[in-house]
Design a protein around this ligand. Structure first.
Ligand SMILES: [Zn+2]
Length: 476
């Protein structure tokens, strides 16, 4: 059974879905006023892996992640770039997909609503809150009355008195209580706005997620996720709004990933150590980044540095090399008196069990990868056996297939196996070009011959002319 560390209960809870065999999850998405940074990539990669593990375990998953396309930062960016709010959103949503395509997020079946396309739903919730006394209107602004909801603070484990002590008394005299938060904001001069029962205005940030999760997942759904910085006030406010309006339990399991340190310091605007995902991907493959993020438990801080990424790159190559070697071994002549690789068979069975246990226990990808490397070591031992028989061949192939499935389908890390490359179209095309080049060389057409070699070189295909044969390799 899958267990989830639930921020709401503060413990590991067995996962019991609202609807048997199905999982509904909502993860807060980015505000699309800028390119995403590695801090946005962490929840994207982790919750994508959560989805993948549920699917691998036989569940049907409905996954919603929103785009916040209206808020102060969006409006500021539109004014700076002298473009409309929609143009800012379009630009950075396109950039989001461009960047995340390289970290293998599963887009199939994914619901990605935009806040501005759900204004009607937000107004409906706010209207209901005003009607039932959980919210009040002051001159075109609408606020949530925090004291009207007894359970406020249940998620963040804060009580309203502590919060009041910590709060800077707002200069906004309009609020009944400093803890009250905006559900609807009256339009300011030159700002984008929508018609509402309280006049022109725009929604507050928190109400967006209440509206979009409710619309796509209903009033009670399974999992709500996001970075830990969203616990308070964002998620606390979402709970208050949703439970006081549509009713229902709202989300049953609350999952939060920890943040990312850059070279030992917390990534923050004030330190100026923000790393954009696209900048990282200039130097590192998306698969390396993905493997790196998943090498830490999601409830632990990730220490990001080039050194760590370099090590992950080596680790990924170790996996790839082990699989290629095993496949080569499996393809070599099998001898009836050869080894049937019983040890590998046994290790495969126990690693499968261990991997499932560790993933079922709150999606522990870090330990899960440890299990994968255990199996890699066993695979390497098996590949170095001198002779194998047909059963040994089968054992090697089974282990390779299992590792490949875990890496690619569950962890979302695409492997580059040279073995596969040499058997496909790429290999045939390279061989063809070598032939054409040999013809050119025979005719002493050095220009054509050099051109083929240089252009292939740019594509990462290195040619080496031997005595009677040209050999080639693809640099990864
Ligand atoms: Zn949200």
């Amino acid at each position: 059974m899958i267990k989830i560390y639930n921020t709401l209960t503060g413990k590991l809870d067995p996962f019991v879905p609202v609807e048997e065999g199905k999982v509904s999850m909502y993860v807060c998405g980015p505000t699309v006023y800028n390119y995403i940074h590695v801090g946005n990539a962490r929840p994207a990669i982790f919750f994508d892996t959560v989805r993948r593990w549920f699917e691998y375990s036989g569940y049907k998953v409905t996954y919603v992640q929103n785009f916040t396309d209206v808020d102060d930062k969006m409006i500021k960016r539109a004014n700076e770039e002298h473009i409309s709010l929609k143009e800012v959103a379009d630009k950075y949503i396109a950039a989001y997909f461009e960047d995340t395509a390289r970290i293998n997020l599963k887009e199939e079946g994914m619901i990605r609503p935009k806040a501005t396309e759900n204004i009607k739903e937000m107004i409906e919730i706010v209207e209901e809150l005003v009607q039932n006394g959980h919210a009040y209107v002051v001159d075109g602004d609408v606020y949530f009355r925090v004291k009207s909801y007894d359970e406020y603070g249940a998620l963040s484990k804060k009580n309203t008195e502590d919060l009041l002590n910590g709060v800077r008394i707002d200069v906004n005299e309009q609020k009944e209580d400093p803890l009250d938060f905006a559900l609807w904001k009256k339009a300011k001069e030159g700002e984008p706005s929508w018609e509402s029962p309280w006049g022109k205005g725009r929604p507050g940030w928190h109400i967006e997620c209440s509206a979009m999760s409710g619309r796509y997942l209903g009033k009670t759904f399974d999992i709500h996720g996001g970075g830990e910085d969203l616990i308070f006030p964002h998620h606390e406010n979402e709970i208050a709004q949703s439970r006081c309006s549509v009713g229902g339990e709202f989300a049953r399991y609350w999952m939060h990933n920890r943040y990312i340190n850059i070279d030992g310091e917390k990534m923050s605007k004030s330190l100026g150590n923000f790393k954009l995902l696209r900048d990282i991907l200039k130097h590192y493959d998306g698969n390396v980044l993905r493997l790196f993020i998943l090498s830490s438990h999601y409830r632990k801080i990730v220490d990001f540095s080039d050194k760590e990424l370099d090590q992950t790159k080596v680790a990924l190559e170790r996996i790839e090399n082990a699989l290629v070697t095993a496949l080569e071994k499996a393809g070599s002549a099998t001898a009836p008196e050869g080894d049937s690789l019983e040890e590998l068979r046994g290790d495969l069975v126990s690693c499968k069990e261990k991997f499932k246990e560790t993933m079922d226990e709150d999606f522990n990808t870090a330990q899960g990868l440890g299990v994968v490397f255990e199996l890699i070591r066993s695979l390497n031992r098996a590949s170095s056996v001198e002779k194998i028989n047909a059963e040994g061949k089968e054992a090697l192939e089974e282990a390779v297939n299992y590792i490949k499935t875990i890496l690619e389908d569950v962890l979302g890390v695409t492997l580059k196996l040279k073995k596969e490359v040499s058997g496909d179209l790429t290999a045939s095309l390279v061989e063809l070009l070598i032939e054409v080049r040999n013809d050119a060389r025979a005719k002493k057409d050095w220009a054509a011959s050099d051109k083929i070699r240089d252009e292939l070189d740019k594509l990462g295909v290195k040619l080496k002319d031997g005595k009677d044969k040209t050999v080639w390799t693809i640099l990864k």
